[in-house]
Write a protein that binds this ligand. Structure first.
Ligand code: HEC
Ligand code: HEC
Length: 320
């Protein structure tokens, strides 16, 4: 490709954001590879395009209402893209553009080295309240292939464009969250889409189709072992992304509404006490114990976080 062509290609990349990474990747000559079990086998269905669809239409393809009971891996009718906007192609908070670079890595939650397939299953079992996909099946292979393909898209995009729309990062207020104030923010800023009851708005009568506006709590929402169930993780997402299309909350409103959402009932995950084998590695806002510190569970759930952070800083210093 000549440099001048590269320039216009970049313009196309920006314009095409909405069309999806696969199309863009194809435009850039990063044509989607059809994965093969081995060189002689026929092409499998584990394509990047299938992976993108699984992330956009998770409920239709892997949800609790799909016809084939063997494919009901997601326990929720949300989509991966309910949190990973634009199927992960949106830069910034909860982007999947950098995923290829992030794995393999040691996960403090698991206490071992994890690959991208493990991470997908963590979201499937926690954020989607479901069960793990077999690593060698077409669905897992397709999603992993799609996520790897985003690396090329990310590199073509360039740092400036990547962060152009990212609002100022969330800064934790030095107080406990105020659930009553959060309830008020919720009804003024969130209920119009997510419903006054927080249970979301279904796409249509067919439950398989999932949601136009996903639930924020209740039986079809992320479970209590999910990253979004941590108040500071939820707050970072909300500050950057919600209300969708016009995020305009300040840090106080964000903190309170994140806490309010996470004070509501949701599915419970078994054996959470086994997460973070090194207790000191547990995030301060983890919503379940046990902890390596003397602070009550409620303070981990809703703050104030300053004293907990100070405790761990001191512990680290002592260890050195
Ligand atoms: C309820 C929101 C939610 C849903 C739904 C969700 N995720 Fe996630 N996902 C998260 C959060 C939160 C993180 C962790 C971010 C962090 O560690 O700070 C994450 C992290 C990831 C990562 C690691 C990204 C990286 O670069 O480190 C991958 C990969 C991922 N999710 C894939 C998926 C897939 C595939 C699905 C659907 C099967 C899915 N997620 C559904 C919230 C969600
Ligand atoms: C204009 C409609 C709209 C408004 C208003 C809105 N959201 Fe959302 N929200 C969405 C949509 C749509 C998604 C899923 C993303 C997608 O489909 O692109 C979403 C996703 C989410 C998610 C992650 C998925 C889930 O269901 O857990 C959270 C958390 C969230 N919104 C919180 C909020 C909060 C808090 C507010 C109020 C401050 C809010 N939203 C206001 C439309 C909206």
């Amino acid at each position: 490709m000549k440099p001048s062509e590269k320039g216009s290609m970049l313009a196309i990349v920006v314009a095409c954001c909405a069309i999806g990474a696969v199309t863009v990747a194809a435009t850039l000559g990063l044509s989607p590879t059809v994965l093969r079990q081995d060189k002689s086998a026929p092409p499998s269905i584990a394509t990047e395009e299938y992976g993108r669809r699984l992330i956009m239409q998770t409920s239709e393809l892997l949800g609790p209402d799909v016809a084939d009971p063997g494919k009901r891996y997601s326990g929720s009718r949300m989509a991966c893209a309910s949190c990973h906007l634009g199927a992960g192609t949106e830069p910034g908070t909860l982007t999947l553009l950098l995923t290829k670079e992030h794995f393999p890595r040691v996960s403090p939650r698991v206490g071992a080295k994890t690959d991208v397939e493990d991470r997908i299953n963590e979201c499937l079992t926690r954020s989607m309240n479901g069960k793990p996909l077999p690593k060698d099946g077409p669905e897992m292979m397709a999603m992993a292939a799609y996520l790897r393909s985003l690396d090329g898209y990310n590199k073509a995009m360039g740092a400036a464009q990547r962060m152009a729309h990212e609002p100022a990062a969330f800064k934790t207020p030095s107080r406990a969250a105020d659930l009553n104030a959060g309830k008020k923010v919720f009804s003024e800023k969130c209920a119009a889409c997510h419903g006054a009851d927080g249970l979301g708005l279904r796409a249509n009568a067919d439950p398989k189709r999932g949601y136009v506006f996903p639930p924020l709590w209740g039986p079809d929402s992320f479970n209590d072992g999910a990253g979004m169930h941590r108040v500071l993780t939820a707050a970072r997402f909300i500050k950057a992304r919600m209300p969708l299309g016009s995020p305009d909350l300040n840090d106080d409103q964000t903190f309170d509404v994140a806490a309010y959402i996470n004070s509501q009932p949701r599915p419970e995950m078994a054996n959470l006490d086994q997460d973070y084998p090194k207790r000191e590695a547990k995030p301060v806002d983890n919503a379940y114990g046990p902890f390596a510190d003397p602070f009550p569970l409620n303070q981990h759930r809703f703050g104030p976080y300053g004293p907990i952070e100070a405790f761990y800083k001191k512990l680290q210093k002592g260890a050195k």
